[in-house]
Design a protein around this ligand. Structure first.
Ligand code: FES
Length: 105
């Protein structure tokens, strides 16, 4: 069962940018890739860096702490194929961005 939580207005995360958000006490990273929104667990699995404050290049975010890179659409780590970071489904309704918190269970 999906658990949709409102996290932002669409205009809060323009194309090419990332945002760190809090939903239900969890850190969520929101990314806008050419108008398509994606969300990941905002805590980097390396040492807890803020992925939502990382640099977004195409569909790849670079963690600001030590440079681990993830595909924001899939959660796939870019060099360690066995590492897939949790992702959340995203939907937009009436200008509000919702994420499915079940992605972090
Ligand atoms: S905490 Fe993200 S790369 Fe180290």
């Amino acid at each position: 069962m999906a658990r949709w939580v409102a996290v932002a207005a669409v205009e809060d995360c323009p194309p090419g940018e990332a945002r760190e958000l809090v939903a239900e006490g969890r850190i969520v990273a929101l990314f806008n890739v050419a108008g398509q929104l994606h969300a990941l667990d905002g805590i980097c699995p390396h040492q807890g860096g803020p992925l939502g404050k990382g640099r977004l290049s195409g569909c790849v975010v670079t963690c600001p702490w030590h440079g681990w890179q993830f595909n924001v659409a899939t959660g796939q780590h870019q060099t360690s194929l066995s590492l897939v970071h949790p992702r959340l489904e995203v939907r937009v309704e009436a200008g509000t961005v919702y994420v499915d918190m079940d992605g972090l269970e």
